[in-house]
Write a protein that binds this ligand. Structure first.
Ligand SMILES: [Zn+2]
Length: 441
């Protein structure tokens, strides 16, 4: 019994005129010519537009989002003033206000086809009101969004007096992932010790690790090396993600030639945050100013899974953002100079399949048996979706439509000439060779 039919879709792997049959919240069949045989309550005509699995954000801060201006604005716009400002706001936070802001962001995310988010939760305040609030939010949104929480010691695992015990309590409460921030510890030695302690904790509890790592322009900030080595030592292969790694931008090339193979050996994933990195890094430079984004293409070339994160929306660190992962990919394409057809497809993978793999999402993808979680975009292919930051026409969760938007079309009146303009009609005649296949492991 088919519940929903989607006809005439284009897929991220380049296939055209594809139909999907959906039953019991899952993809029953996918291929050409299926719609004609199917009877169903509802049929969606994709009209050749791109149908993708939903966007996935592997790095966000739901406890800080939409707090812009509370209690004041970040005057310098730097990472460190942002941390100080968050420290002023934190004691005033209430569970109710945190839940309200986080849910408001989740509604925005759903409208943007963003149905999986890994959010860090600051555990520096031992009241743990942040963890309580976001665990409540995780339950509320679970029918619509896969929300994963990371116990994040924003003020340092060793530097903040009660952070270690609070982090363990947050894990006891049900937070999913072990976080860290080695570059914010007092010394290099403390930083290395924090990486070891947190990897040990993750190994003992059978949890993944996701650290803010080397979010600095200092080329001597090399905690990723320790994280990779400890990942190997504790047998945490494929369970560890390193977020930011901006110091790699400034590292010596010879050192990086040794580091990247070590990271590949540890099967560490990398989560750059292009919007935030380009905004916050290089602040001590005059000119030329460094970009501060990690070495995205080189990491991908080494077979390392790279997923792009949004990180912040209207909070102490970043005044902008709209829950739009295509905007994140758009910035990455520019800053990492991912201009080729292949690289732009890799940028789309970094906000979909790669990030799903980092989060360990089960049933993600466009195969029979996968969850019927889908987004229909007003664009012909992934490259066009990024270029246009395409409108999400339909968002589907487990086979049910949960968001719809009107296509973005303008009507022009030019003297006696009236015409409509649809940005998606400006697609190039050829988008080049067929894109990379969806990951299937
Ligand atoms: Zn972050």
């Amino acid at each position: 019994m088919v519940d929903l039919v989607i006809r005439d879709a284009s897929l991220p792997d380049g296939r055209k005129n594809i139909d999907l049959l959906i039953a019991d919240g899952r993809i029953l069949a996918i291929g050409p010519g299926l719609a004609a045989q199917a009877t169903a309550g509802e049929t969606i005509d994709a009209s050749g537009y791109l149908l993708s699995p939903p966007f996935v954000d592997p790095h966000f801060h739901l406890d800080a989002t939409l707090s812009l201006g509370l209690p004041r604005l970040n005057r310098s716009g730097t990472l460190l003033e942002g941390i100080a400002l968050w420290g002023e706001l934190r004691p005033t936070l209430t569970r109710e206000a945190l839940v309200e802001r986080a849910l408001r962001y989740c509604h925005l995310a759903i409208s943007q086809g963003l149905l999986a988010i890994r959010s860090h939760v600051d555990v520096s305040d031992p009241r743990l009101v942040t963890a309580e609030a976001l665990l409540e939010v995780r339950d509320i949104v679970s029918p619509y969004i896969d929300l994963q929480l990371v116990a994040f010691p924003q003020d340092g695992y060793y530097r903040a007096p009660q952070a270690a015990s609070a982090l363990e309590r947050a894990l006891d409460m049900g937070v999913d992932v072990v976080g860290g921030i080695p570059h914010f510890e007092r010394t290099m030695a403390d930083a290395a010790a924090s990486v070891t302690a947190l990897c040990r904790l993750a190994a003992e509890r059978g949890l993944p690790v996701d650290m803010h790592c080397d979010e600095t322009d200092d080329p001597q900030s090399r905690h990723i090396e320790t994280l990779a080595a400890e990942t190997i030592r504790f047998g945490l292969h494929r369970r560890v993600a390193a977020s930011h790694l901006t110091s790699m931008h400034s590292m010596d090339n010879y050192y990086v030639s040794k580091l990247i193979p070590l990271m590949a050996e540890a099967e560490i994933s990398v989560i750059p945050n292009p919007l935030i990195n380009i905004m916050l890094q290089g602040r001590h430079d005059s000119y030329p100013k460094r970009r501060g984004l990690t070495r995205v293409r080189e990491l991908m070339d080494a077979g390392i899974t790279v997923g792009f994160g949004h990180d912040c929306v209207m909070d102490p660190w970043y005044t902008m953002g709209s829950g739009d992962m295509l905007e994140v990919a758009h910035m990455a394409v520019h800053v990492a100079q991912m201009a080729s057809v292949e690289d732009r497809h890799r940028a789309f993978d970094a906000i979909t399949v790669n990030s799903a793999r980092i989060m360990g999402l089960e049933g993600y993808g466009l195969e029979p048996g996968c969850n019927a979680d889908l987004v229909l975009l007003q664009a012909r292919d992934p490259l066009e979706a990024i270029r246009l930051k395409a409108t999400r026409l339909v968002v589907i969760r487990r086979g049910t439509v949960i968001a719809r938007a009107q296509p973005r079309v303008s009507t022009l009146t030019l003297g006696t000439d009236t015409r409509t303009v649809n940005g998606a009609d400006y697609a190039p005649f050829s988008a080049g060779p067929s894109p990379s296949p969806m990951h299937k492991d």
